[in-house]
Design a protein around this ligand. Structure first.
Ligand code: FAD
Length: 533
């Protein structure tokens, strides 16, 4: 967040702001400890931004006071909700010498059980909301990302995050929010600020322009509260697992999944994961069997994957989606229809069904056995689609690490190299077959395994995501990863595939082509009127 006074913050000003924050927040919530600062300056890729110190306000009023003062002192503020933005920059600010505002103390949760909504603070994690709903509103659940259970919901929504199952693109399910601008002004969207408004917290749009979009991926203000949609727990949850053996089948399968989604048969997102990605979820790089300097050979990858004996998932691409049913009749009819459509498009197809009482038990004890669901990876996906936090797909980050995966995974601390390259594309077989070989070519060139994921997030669009996964301890790999990212992103842009989320702290050439509108000048005007530059 840029201040009104663009004066070079001198050491003197820095100390003034520090003292101000100490006075307002108390010394324990102004962190200057070198080890903590070093951790906050560390991401899953190379960065050079330095952090002055970290502040942890405990109320919106404290956020407001700290923002107003920052503007006077000419200090950049970088907000994080929980700071688990792994692969996109972790807690590292975009601007050098920022103060990081950690909002994890703002963790209030309020649920409207009748209208299935939750109003929460930025510090609320996926795990906290899960536990709260399990104890207080067992008929409701919240969709989960594949990231850490301790990552936030608000930070994820603001940074274009997406979840699995229902309510996939988080921002689409934000009803309203409260934000504080650098001037200290407070803004509420929808009808939330009007006295006695009967649709406060349930109506997305008040009168006039919808201002909540200003706060998505913008850093124009700090969101101190957000109201989001929840989902009704289903009577039956079915998970479909399938795979294909030949890359040529990918086009037809993508078209078929798109069709299932467009016709409304599938309500959840559909996901296709490359074999490399699945292998990395269940094992680490086979150091003994191959040359570590190169990309793991495709045939060896498939052999190792098949040794894992994951029912339904042993192909070059492996897919999953879920059906949420209110009745058994609905569940059975959907299963029959989907099997009819998919059977001859895939090499294997398996369905597992759990009912409400099983889901309830799993919510309290995720170690419970599910008959026939023998592999932990498949069970992990079922739990995720049921809104029960697991470790997500975080273990893939340790794929190229020489030591084993620690109990508590911290990618920044453990120097796991991880960069997300995520583009949006039309959900079509032609697009899948156009993009995938390009990613494979670049990854192969630079010696990274193409852990590609195609994710049908809505009935028109798919996210094509791939992650550069490496060991930051290996000299030169940070640089190689950055170059691969830069070149591949540029190539995909020329093909018309743009990133929808960007690791801003990564110093790369983000040369977007010239737009054929006046976005830049319009946004600059908005920015200067909000930030006061
Ligand atoms: C293996 C792996 C799997 C992953 N899977 C997923 C996935 O399935 N879906 C997904 O979306 N992501 C995924 N991620 C990426 C990332 O870990 C998540 O998006 C995570 O939720 C981000 O961390 P956070 O929620 O703690 O947000 P934060 O790090 O707190 O915030 C993210 C950014 O949003 C802005 N911000 C945060 N809070 C505020 C605020 N209150 N006001 C204004 N701006 C704010 C800041 O710029 C901040 O840098 C994955 C990462 C890895 C490594």
């Amino acid at each position: 967040m840029v201040s009104v006074l663009q004066s070079n913050p001198s050491l003197k000003l820095k100390w003034h702001y520090l003292e101000f924050c100490q006075k307002i927040l108390g010394h324990q919530y102004v962190i200057t400890n070198e080890n903590v600062i070093a951790a906050v300056e560390t991401a899953t890729f190379e960065t050079s931004q330095q952090v002055r110190f970290v502040i942890q306000p405990g109320s919106p009023q404290e956020v407001q006071a700290c923002l107003k003062a920052a503007q006077l002192f000419g200090i950049h503020i970088h907000p994080v909700s929980q700071g688990y933005n792994w692969g996109y920059g972790s807690q590292v600010p975009d601007e050098n010498l920022s103060v990081v505002m950690n909002l994890s103390r703002l963790n209030q949760i309020k649920v409207d059980g009748k209208n299935a909504t939750v109003t929460l603070g930025p510090g609320v994690t996926q795990q906290q909301l899960f536990e709260y709903l399990r104890s207080n509103y067992p008929h409701l659940f919240f969709s989960l990302t594949g990231s850490s259970p301790y990552s936030s919901i608000i930070g994820n929504a603001i940074d274009a995050g997406y979840a699995n199952g229902l309510n996939v693109i988080r921002w689409n399910h934000v009803i309203s929010l409260e934000a504080i601008l650098p001037s200290g002004e407070l803004l509420k969207t929808g009808f939330d600020a009007l006295p006695n408004a009967s649709t406060a917290g349930i109506s997305r749009y008040g009168l006039g322009p919808d201002l909540k979009g200003l706060f998505r991926q913008s850093n124009l203000g700090i969101v101190t509260e957000m109201t989001l949609e929840l989902s009704l727990a289903p009577a039956y949850l079915q998970i479909f697992y399938f795979s294909i053996d030949e890359e040529e089948q990918l086009g037809e399968l993508t078209d078929q999944l798109h069709n299932l989604k467009q016709t409304g048969l599938i309500e959840s997102n559909w996901i296709l994961l490359h074999g490399y990605r699945i292998l990395a979820e269940v094992s680490q790089f086979p150091w003994q069997e191959t040359d570590a300097q190169r990309t793991l050979d495709r045939n060896l990858m498939l052999k190792l994957l098949r040794q894992q004996q994951i029912p339904g998932w042993s192909g070059v691409y492996n897919g999953v989606f879920a059906i949420y049913s209110p009745t058994l009749r609905h569940a059975e009819a959907m299963k029959a229809d989907i099997h009819e459509v998919l059977n001859n498009k895939v090499s294997r197809l398996k369905t597992f069904t759990v009912d409400q009482s099983q889901i309830k038990k799993l919510r309290w004890n995720r170690n419970l056995e599910i008959p026939e669901l023998t592999h932990k990876l498949l069970k992990g996906r079922l739990l995720t689609f049921a809104g029960i936090p697991v470790q997500g797909s975080i273990p893939i980050s340790y794929w190229r690490k020489r030591n084993s995966i620690p109990e508590i995974m911290d990618l920044d601390r453990d120097r796991c190299g991880f960069i997300w390259l995520a583009v949006t594309a039309p959900a079509s077989g032609t697009d899948a077959l156009t993009i995938v070989p390009v990613i494979e070519h670049f990854f192969n060139d630079y010696g990274f395994e193409p852990m590609i994921v195609l994710d049908g997030v809505n009935s028109r669009e798919m996210y094509v995501m791939t992650s550069l996964v490496y060991d930051r301890e290996v000299a030169g790999r940070d640089e190689q990863a950055r170059k691969c990212f830069e070149r591949l992103a540029a190539e995909l842009r020329t093909m018309g595939y743009y990133q929808y989320r960007w690791p801003k702290a990564l110093s790369v050439e983000n040369a977007l082509p010239e737009r054929n509108d006046d976005y830049a000048s319009v946004f600059a005007k908005l920015q200067s009127s909000i930030l006061g530059d």
